[in-house]
Design a protein around this ligand. Structure first.
Ligand code: GDP
Ligand code: MG
Length: 429
């Protein structure tokens, strides 16, 4: 998505005359990209209408920075779409909080329950897990295993078949034990069946949760809106967590889930492991969607993972706007420590997460090396053919990579304020 949208804006800014047609072409291109990214059609249409209202063609004609104006308008619209206007219930440490997780089977509820508990435990909370999934064989074992690994107390049963009974017993038990975050994992069905919703309603009525979190798999495509809405109509969903953002992460579902539940996204899941879990933050998320990067997040991460003795030099390079492919190649192992490499790269302007999907790290590193060895000034068709032959990759792939490289280089050379940002986050002191 990021790639296509920034390309659309780029194309538009290259046009000599910015008239209504150029703007429409650009908006159509963006519409296509958003739809491909699973943003619901109605949302895309609304956004298009709003942007047309905001972007004043006379301003554009008067020579203001067209790319900036349009990019800003899109950025603002997407941010607005992700903000339901009211924050979700915030559990209070030291008090009793009951949080119930709902979502379809396989969406990642059980995994996310543990991540959520673990996240809070690290911050000094006393979480506990209750397995109210009596539908799926092995559900209790799975929760037990996760909880044990994270040293979190859990409750469940191999024999009891009434989820309401277990939920109530578990919540009572952990209230007595003064746990401040009691998390109830529920069952899900493959489909949005009436029996699932009835069970959810009953568990919710019996345990009176302070917060119901709807867990949604980011890869469900255009189904996101209807699914989220169906859950919201049955229980009082108050927050959303989007999982599997490490895959072919399409951010569009997040927009639909917020629109359908009128609740904010609070976390995203970025992997199967307990700590592959991030607080959701609207602006950096939208920045990444648009291929604008999230440099301050990037700087923070670098401080965490790059060895101290390498930091000053790397910072210097960054501040000179000189984060070249060679530097990137040299830092690849450190970048890997920052998280799924696609996610890391999507923090850099010009990159999009799908350039380097998870599980393809090796190829990614090879790609970078290959690109670095190719001086763009010397690049021509026969060189591309040679590189393709040498690396055993199709010529088309090399050409695509080269286009990607040019785009990235351009995005980086356009970066202003990077130096300032690098200095602000000075790591040498
Ligand atoms: P549930 O049926 O809703 O409880 O879903 P589970 O928690 O059992 O998860 C279903 C599958 O998705 C499991 O294989 C999880 O490891 C996997 N999963 C959950 N969250 C994520 C995530 O953020 N990223 C990835 N890659 N896999 C995930
Ligand atoms: Mg489960």
């Amino acid at each position: 998505l990021g790639g296509s949208i920034s390309r659309a804006i780029q194309q538009m800014s290259n046009a000599t005359v910015i008239d209504e047609k150029a703007l429409n072409d650009c908006l159509n291109e963006i519409t296509r990209a958003l739809l491909q990214s699973d943003v619901q059609f109605k949302l895309v249409r609304d956004m298009q209408t709003n942007i047309k209202k905001i972007v004043n063609l006379d301003d554009l004609a008067a020579g203001h920075n067209k790319r900036k104006i349009i990019q800003q308008a899109i950025f603002n619209e997407l941010c607005k779409m992700l903000d339901p206007g009211k924050p979700s219930f915030a559990p209070k440490k030291g008090k009793t909080n009951v949080v119930m997780f709902v979502g379809l089977q396989g969406s990642g509820k059980t995994t996310t329950c543990t991540k959520y508990a673990y996240y809070h435990q690290k911050k000094g909370w006393k979480p506990a897990l209750v397995c109210a999934d009596t539908f799926r064989a092995g559900a209790f074992d799975q929760l037990k295993q996760n909880a044990t690994k994270a040293k979190i107390p859990f409750y469940g049963s191999y024999t009891e078949s009434d989820p309401v009974k277990i939920a109530v017993e578990g919540v009572e038990r952990f209230k007595d034990e003064n746990c401040d975050l009691i998390i109830v994992d529920t069952s899900g069905r493959h489909k949005q069946e009436a029996s699932l919703f009835e069970e959810m309603r009953q568990v919710s009525e019996a345990t009176r949760p302070d917060l119901v979190i709807f867990v949604m798999d980011s890869s469900i495509g255009q189904a996101a809106f209807d699914q989220a809405q169906a859950f919201r109509q049955s229980v009082a969903v108050g927050a959303v967590i989007i999982t599997k953002m490490d895959g072919h992460a399409k951010g569009g579902g997040a927009l639909s889930a917020v629109a359908a539940t009128k609740s904010p996204v609070i976390f995203i899941g970025t992997g199967e492991h307990m700590d592959e879990f991030e607080v959701f933050d609207v602006k950096p998320f939208v920045s990444r969607l648009l291929g604008m990067g999230d440099l301050s997040g990037f700087m923070d991460k670098i401080k965490e993972v790059v060895p101290m003795d390498q930091q000053p030099e790397l910072l210097q390079k960054l501040s000179e706007g000189n984060f070249t492919l060679r530097v990137m190649y040299e830092q690849f192992q450190n970048l890997l420590k920052m998280g799924p490499i696609g996610q890391v790269f999507s923090m850099l302007p010009g990159f999009s997460a799908d350039l380097m999907p998870k599980g393809h790290e090796k190829e990614g590193q090879a790609k970078i090396k290959q690109l670095d060895n190719s001086n763009p000034k010397l690049m021509n068709e026969s060189r591309m053919m040679r590189i393709a032959r040498g690396s055993g990759r199709p010529v088309r792939e090399v050409m695509e990579l080269f286009e990607e490289y040019k785009r990235i280089a351009k995005a980086w050379s356009n970066m202003k304020g990077l130096g300032k940002m690098a200095k602000k986050g000075d790591m040498s002191s």
